[in-house]
Design a protein around this ligand. Structure first.
Ligand code: HEM
Length: 229
């Protein structure tokens, strides 16, 4: 009998984590879309629209409907685009859909989010957090698109990961809201803080991981240079 054991490759664990993250994103998008019954036509007794009737029928309704239509598209399309699979095996589709994503984020999701930010239900601190999120997402997406056009693909990958993590703040925010319900947190500071943390925490985690990855890449390259001398 062959008793050679196959080593567990770390890449398999990473793949499982990526699949799990994808399932969570799709699950949250499905639950967000389930709420749309309260938005078409608008039900001003529903949780999100309560108290918004006074300003809804002005420019807000335009921003709102553009936002709730484009947000889930950007989130699902982004999932496909940041996946290794699309980048390596479906390069032509990655390129075409990548430009669709850039248009969707820059032309629809971020301007509509910015327009809605001043009416944030959690108050002015949350409003500034959401407006900053809109600007940061647009900036990362623009820099990612520019790097792709200049064929700087490592740089492109990093900016687009940042852009996607910022879009995924919509998922993190809803997970934090669920956690607060489970833990019974009803303090007034929670929602404004959660609005900021939903994008600052994933972005900080990404920067730390990137730094570690680059440092270990430099060390490995150094070790290779020493052994081949
Ligand atoms: C990163 C860019 C984004 C910004 C700046 C942003 C901004 C906002 C703002 C300001 C609001 C209103 C919040 C309030 O009044 O309390 C909102 C609501 C909403 N956003 Fe976004 N958002 C972004 C991304 C997304 C994404 C990717 C989705 C996809 C699921 C999404 C889905 C929604 C939905 C469905 C609402 C309505 C409230 C609800 O049903 O939960 N947003 N967003």
């Amino acid at each position: 009998m062959n008793s050679i054991r196959r080593p567990v490759r770390p890449v398999s664990l990473r793949r499982v984590q990526a699949w799990l993250a994808g399932v969570v994103v799709l699950r949250v998008v499905a639950s967000v879309a389930a709420n749309y019954r309260a938005y078409i036509p608008p039900d001003f007794g529903s949780e999100f629209l309560r108290g918004r009737e006074a300003y809804f029928w002005g420019g807000y309704s335009w921003a709102f409907y553009v936002h709730i239509a484009s947000g889930p598209v950007a989130l699902v399309l982004g999932l496909f685009l940041v996946g290794e699979w699309s980048r390596k095996r479906l390069r032509a589709w990655h390129r075409r859909l990548g430009w669709v994503q850039v248009m969707c984020v820059l032309g629809l999701v971020t301007p509509s989010g910015l327009a809605m930010a001043r009416y944030a239900a959690a108050g002015p601190v949350a409003a500034v957090g959401l407006a900053s999120l809109a600007v940061a997402t647009a900036a990362c997406t623009t820099l990612g698109a520019r790097a792709a056009a200049r064929r700087r693909f490592a740089e492109h990958r990093r900016w687009m990961w940042r852009s996607y993590l910022l879009l995924a703040s919509a998922v993190v925010l809803r997970l934090l809201g669920g956690l607060a319900t489970v833990l019974g947190i009803a303090a007034p500071w929670f929602d404004p803080l959660a609005n900021w943390m939903s994008w600052l925490l994933p972005l900080a985690a990404f920067e730390v991981c990137e730094r570690i990855r680059r440092r270990s890449g430099t060390i490995a390259a150094g070790a290779r240079a020493v052994t081949t001398r």
